[in-house]
Each structure stands twice: as C-alpha cells, then as structure tokens.
Design a protein. Structure first.
Length: 275
DNA sequence: AAAATGGGCAACCGCACCACC
DNA sequence: CGGTGGTGCGGTTGCCCATTT
C-alpha cells in the first residue's frame, strides 16, 4: 500500500502490543479513521479523539499526523523560490520560530519548513564551511542568495513584479529601516490564487536580533549608480567578511539551477579567502 | 549487481505553557 | 496553590530511497 509515495505496511500485526499504543508510520486505515472522525466531530482534545476514533495512537501523534499531513489544506511539493525567499527572510527575522514562519506560508507546516532549513539551508552553510548562524553565512544569504532568488523570481514572472502585498505584520519591524528597493518583490507563481499566494516584498527590513548588518538593499537589485559606503553594499558588489565581491559575475547561481548547489566553485573559493 | 553512503522527510521526544479543577 | 490534562513548539531520530562506489 502506498500513500504519498511512501510504502506503508498495514499487514504488520500489533501482536503483543495490541493493547498498547502504536508508533511509527501511519497506515492508510489509521489515516482514514482519523480523517473520518475529524470530518464528523472536528479536531481538538486529541487524547480523547484518539480513543473515540479507535486509534491506538497518542493524541500527540494524531494531532501531528493531522496537522502535518492529513489536513486538506496542507500544501505539498517543492518549496517555490517565493517561499524560499520568504523563509530566508522570516528566519533572519525570527530565527528558528518555525511555527511562526509557517503561519506566513499558507499550507506549509512548521515541520516542512524546519526540514527545508535543516536539509537545504544548512547544507549550503556546510558547503561554505561555516555555521548557519555565523555572520559570514548570514551575509552570504542576504547579499547573494536572496538577491538571486529575487532575480530568479523576477525573471520567471517576466519582470512585471510589483510589491502587491506587504509582509505579514511584524511587531519588531522598524519603519525607519526601509530597504530602498521596492522592485525586489516576489509575486506568487501563476496559478496560485491570491489568497493562497505567498508574496514578499522588501520595502522594510527584517528586524533581526542576529543580523548584524543593515538592511538597505539586496546587492542584486541595486540600481545603477548607487554606491553606499559603510553598509557593506556597493552597486553590484557584496561585502562578505570585509571583502568585496562582484555579485553578478562571481556568484552565478544560474549555472547549477535552483535546487542544486547554491554556491559554485568561485563562490566557495572567494568566501574561503575571507575566513 | 551489490554494497555503501547520503539526503529527504515523517514521526517521535522532551519541554514549556496554559487552562481548569 | 499545586496537580493534571491538553496543546504547541523546537530538536532529534530513524526509515526509505536515490545515488555513488
């Protein structure tokens, strides 16, 4: 039996654990029991629900299964560049507040975002031989990764992006630190309806405790002629650990394509010069 | 072709918080 | 005020599968 690509064995008899709680992968039968029960009675009071539904599972297990997998509005599939961008930005703002971040990605669960971070993002940090929490990596994320995401999204949508939706309310947001780059916005991919769309813009900076840099701009979206000093940004350049790197040429994300290595050999080499 | 390795992801665990009694 | 149950969160584990050797 197969559910969402995962082979499930419903033939494993509980045997001596018949009266005990089951653990491990859910069977289709269990899924159906849970879905049917919640459809009729609603969710909440998960321990009671588990008993009444005839599931030999803990309430926690039922809740997790429902919220992360069975809920009708759970959105599955690859994390889109728009979502990636939002995750990066919200994480820079809130850190490992996965549930809070997930609230702003409709259909995505905290578990999914957490897994994305741990597998994809931490992998990139590993390639750069630095910690995800290090300034080096955060700067790389801000000055290289995110601008490229913006460009990628912009290119995919025919450069007709508009800052249609502000980021979700953020109590820590500080209006005085606006990024002067309203064009660097990401709209939802075609096909997603407006209420589900994940839209980010960068008119205001993430107010992150951990981010040591200013939030003036993404180098990748700097308009010609701008040359700020003292904030780690120049037109087309990114300052990482004190060194200046030409953004568009030195960091070519497009070569590998999204989902593969974010950093090419040159990226790694230049980053390592500054360690 | 088989074994080893690594990545991705579902699920579990421990803890904290809150409401209720 | 302390105990208990329910809930939510972040961290971790373990399984499955694809890729590499």
């Amino acid at each position: 039996m197969e559910v969402h690509g995962r082979v499930l064995s419903s033939a494993t008899p509980p045997s001596e654990e018949e009266m005990d709680l089951r653990r491990g992968p859910w069977t289709v039968e269990e899924d159906l029991k849970l879905i049917n029960y919640i459809t009729v009675h609603g969710d909440g009071r998960w321990n009671t629900l588990a008993r009444c539904a005839g599931l030999k599972r803990t309430g926690k297990s039922c809740r997790l299964r429902w919220l992360n997998y069975l809920r009708p509005d759970v959105r599955r599939g690859n994390i889109t560049p728009e979502e990636q961008l939002l995750i990066l930005e919200l994480h820079s703002r809130w850190g490992n507040r996965w549930s809070k971040i997930a609230q702003h990605l409709p259909g995505r669960t905290d578990n999914e975002i957490k897994n994305y971070w741990r597998t994809r993002v931490q992998k990139q940090a590993k390639q750069l031989q630095c910690d995800v929490n290090s300034k080096k990596f955060k700067d790389a994320m801000r000055y290289i990764w995110m601008p490229r995401l913006v460009e990628r999204i912009r290119a995919a949508s025919g450069s007709s992006l508009q800052a249609s939706n502000p980021l979700p309310d953020c109590p820590t947001e500080q209006p005085g630190q606006a990024w002067p780059c309203p064009e660097s916005s990401a709209s939802a991919p075609a096909g997603s309806n407006s209420s589900d769309s994940v839209v980010t813009h960068f008119s205001s900076p993430p107010a992150s405790d951990s981010f040591t840099g200013d939030y003036h701009n993404y180098p990748g979206c700097i308009q010609g002629g701008e040359n700020k000093s003292g904030d780690g940004i120049q037109a087309g350049f990114a300052q990482l650990d004190g060194g200046w790197y030409e953004n568009r040429e030195m960091f070519d994300f497009e070569q590998g394509g999204w989902g593969e290595n974010l950093w090419n050999l040159e990226d790694n080499w230049f980053m390592q010069q500054e360690v």
